[in-house]
Structure formats: C-alpha cells, structure tokens
Design a protein around this ligand. Sequence first.
Ligand code: ADP
Ligand code: MG
Length: 352
Amino acid sequence: MSGLSKSGFAARSITARLFAVFFAAVIAASAVGAPACKKDEKRSLTFFAMDTVMDISLYGSADALDTAQKTVLDIEKALSVTDAGSEIFKLNEAGALSVSESTANIIKTALALAERTGGAFDPTVYPLVHAWGFTTGEHRVPTDDEIAALIKKVDYRAVETDGGRIALPEGFMLDLGGIAKGYASDRLVELFKAEGVESAVINLGGNVHALGKKPSGEAWNIAINDPAGGYAAILAVSDRAVITSGGYERNFTLDGITYCHIIDPETGRPADSGLASVTVVSSSGTLADALSTALYVMGLENAVEFYRNSSDFDAVFILESGGMYVTEGLKDILSPKGRFGSEAIHFIKKQP
Ligand code: ADP
Ligand code: MG
C-alpha cells in the first residue's frame, strides 16, 4: 500500500505531484529527442494521475499521446472529490451547482448504473468512504451510531438533476471514484479513434482498455492479478475494457481485521462478500468500472443473477477461499495462470 490517498484519485501528496511532473518531463524530453517517426510507430507515455500510475501505449502519432494525458488530467480536475477546484468538490460544498455538460453526463450515467445495480454501486457513498478515512489516509473504524447516521446521507435516488444543474440533499456528497477511470478510458478510446489511432492499450492504474488489435493482428493480452500475488489469468481481447475491483488493492488492517475501500452502501461497512476480486470485461469502460465495484459488493450469488439478466459484460470472480468463477463468454479467451489450473475454473452459464 502506498502512502498516498486511499480513495480513488482523491488526494495526492506533494511528493506524488512532483513525481508526476518530473516523470512527465522526462518522458516529454525523450519524445522531443526522438527522430521524426513513422505514423505507426509504437509510443508509450507513463504519468501519474487520479492517484495512480497511468500507462498508455499506442501505434500512431505522438500528438495523440499528449492529448490523451491532457484529457485524463482534465477529467481528474473536474471529478476529483478532494481537489478544491473540481466541479464535484464545489457541488459537494454548495449542495447544488450547474456543472459542465460532460460532468453532468457522467453524473447521470453513474446514477443510472446505481439504479441498475440496485444501489450496490452508489456514487453518493462518499460520506461513508470519508468516515472510514479512505480519502484522508487517516483510517479508522466509525462507531455504529456514526454509521447509522451516515447511511441516511447515502442514496442515489435523492440526487436531483435538471439539465446541468445537480442538487444534493443536506449532508449528501458525490464521489465518482468508482467510475472515473473507466470513464476516462472510454474518452481516450473516442479520442484515439477520432485521431485515426487503430491500436492502443490504455492502462489507468490497472484498469485496462484495449483498442483494436496489435498491428500483427493478434489480440492484446491483458493480465488479471491474483489478489494473493502474481497473475491469475491472461485474457486475449480487442476493443474491450478489463477492469478489476478488489479489496486487496486499497485497505487497512486494525486489530487483525482488514477493511477494504469498497463500501457496501446498505451496511455502511467495507464490502465483505467472500470475493477477493471481480474483473469486468465490456466494450464500455464506464460500465465495466461501475460494475466491478457493484458486483464486488453484491457477492458471487447475486452477481451471477445480475449477469444472467444482462447482456453487456462478462466477468471473472476470484473468491477469498481461492476458487475462480468465469462467465461463459470468456471461455475461449481466458488462460489461467499461477495457482489456477483449468480444473480450478468454474464456468458460469448464461442460462442456469
Ligand atoms: P479503484 O478506484 O481502486 O480502481 P473501484 O473502481 O472499485 O476501485 O472504486 C473504488 C472507489 O469508489 C472507492 O475508493 C470509493 O471512492 C468509491 N466507492 C467505494 N464504495 C463504493 C460503492 N459501493 N459505490 C460507488 N463507489 C464506491
Ligand atoms: Mg470501479
């Protein structure tokens, strides 16, 4: 676990910012020094944003990479829950605000996904995330009374939207940390397509989005981490986002109990559903990001039912007890790794 903020892309230390600036400068310098290149040359850019390391590789022009970084930083600036200049911060402070069209759209998408997941994904969960110290890094276990009071300030149905004007009831706060990276990857895919880039891999802190195929015509190989260490599987994908939520990513341990950064809005406590991680594969990064968080909260049984009523994603579930459950749409593209042999995998059929 890093010493940085533990809440999505919320707060960042000065060191992290300096590191980001330095790293960006080094990469910019190496790009400047490079000779004039062919259009289909492989180019990569690593930078720090949304509280994590971002790594983008594409076959195409260097301009597209620069614009990509700017786009991610702009999204962070608009959506960060701790940056006093962001639209989300101002909305949370004021209780009501007319936001930009793109911010209004992502808020509405988040609310729709909250509705679809029955509130397992809920962008109003922030008062709880904050109480557990996941934004400040000052981790603590709130009292039962505190949790009971804060749960009343969490309910996506209470958010009012009127065009670009968003209004929150007293004490409510929005947090798009559970969806922002997937949304950013969708925006980058759109951008790359508009710039004529046909092949790219966007890795936003482990949230990966593959555009097209490798120039060789092969699919991109995307690794799924094993929460216990190493890799659990490799997925061969093109034009798909592969996004994982796991309690192992950001958590803290107190008196022998480990608390993760994904909160079950119903209990007000860190999700504890027996899952170690959920990876969602979809052509939409936004959907994959929200659903990875939601399915993690739901637990395997409810997540399987949700999958059977859906037709826009596949998923890989790794249980704390060690098993791996994979939806049947991934059967031909998943290769198990490490401690997972093919005999350890259970496939989930669309029709029960
Ligand atoms: P990560 O940001 O680490 O990739 P997630 O996409 O699962 O992981 O998002 C977790 C973040 O989303 C938390 O840090 C918090 O800001 C927010 N969050 C936590 N629980 C929920 C929830 N039930 N619904 C929506 N957002 C949540
Ligand atoms: Mg998510």
